[in-house]
Design a protein around this ligand. Sequence first.
Ligand SMILES: [Zn+2]
Ligand SMILES: [Zn+2]
Length: 394
Amino acid sequence: MTAPSDLDRGDTAALSDDIVYPAMIPFILVHLACFAAIWTGVYWQDVLLAVGLYIARMFGITGGYHRYFSHRSYKTGRVMQFLLAFLAESSAQRGALWWAAKHRHHHKYSDTPMDVHSPKQKGFFYSHLGWIFTPKHDKADYRGIGDLTKFPELVWLDKHYYVPPIVMGTVVWFLAGWSGLVVGFLWSTVALYHATFCINSLAHVMGRRRYLTGDDSRNNWALAIATLGEGWHNNHHAYQSSVRQGFRWWEVDVSYYIIKAMSWVGLVWDIHEPPASVVRNEQRLGTKVIETAAAQLAASFQVEKLTAQVREALAHTPTLAEIEERVRQASETAKVRVESLVAHIHLPHIPTTDELRQRAAKMFVRTPSMDDIVERARQILIANVCSGLAVKPA
Ligand SMILES: [Zn+2]
Ligand SMILES: [Zn+2]
């Protein structure tokens, strides 16, 4: 059994998240090796093999790495669990434990500066693949995946993540020759890379949002087809523990169909379906999403400008006591001056709840928690203006 010290349990926060370009060389070589098809030739059997290996290994990633290891959306036995990890690892996308650790972190901090791969924070290239080649993300913090590290065989497989792709490549070469290796294995491996990476990059940029999730996740049907269902990424961010990601009948989710079929023959069980209230978008949001959306809504107003307006108005507004005092003075001229003063008091305008609601309706998709968001956003806005007032202008 692997000693705990062999696991990287440490905090990776101190490590750099800058891309180390030389680390990309093996990855680039895999891409270049695809051109060896010029010499091996391309036969229809190899193309069929590529399609088969693509579908099988994509299921390993979506049904295994994602829906099982990262989200535990269904249960299975120890042997099946190992086979899923092996199948997914044969796609040369690191180990199941590394994948799950990074992915759980992604959901915890989606599209915030802490996110592992957010196109909003670090751009498309970084979120697509750059992040993988950084010292920070080469390592994974295994403290959040104790449910997986308790299996020594998974720890071993994760540590020796290069074994499954080498075994699969060798078997393919042995059975299908050089053209099988290049076209069947390498072409499908490269296609798997980019289809999977698109979920981290494109599925947070392009597509429609049905649910308010506090992040930029989208539903994208083209990606859903290419990744056997993962393109329903906004659905997934809205309810992560669901085994199915296509919530409506027309949202094609091949991984779900496969898992469902596996449950019929007893290979997997306890598959977790989304509640009807979630599918119908009638579920109230959690505090984390409400807080994030409220902060986004409050930030859409210019707090500095509002603060400056309030400060300006307060500086030129007499207090009630001052007004009363002047009115009490008998002089007619004083009264006239006070009346004109009162007439010209112009208090600055803090956005009303209705104005916030109108803006929220433009910014966010429908949610039963809209009033909570608006209420919280107004609190944040007023608090921000008040703390702005506490700071003396330069
Ligand atoms: Zn995501
Ligand atoms: Zn996920």
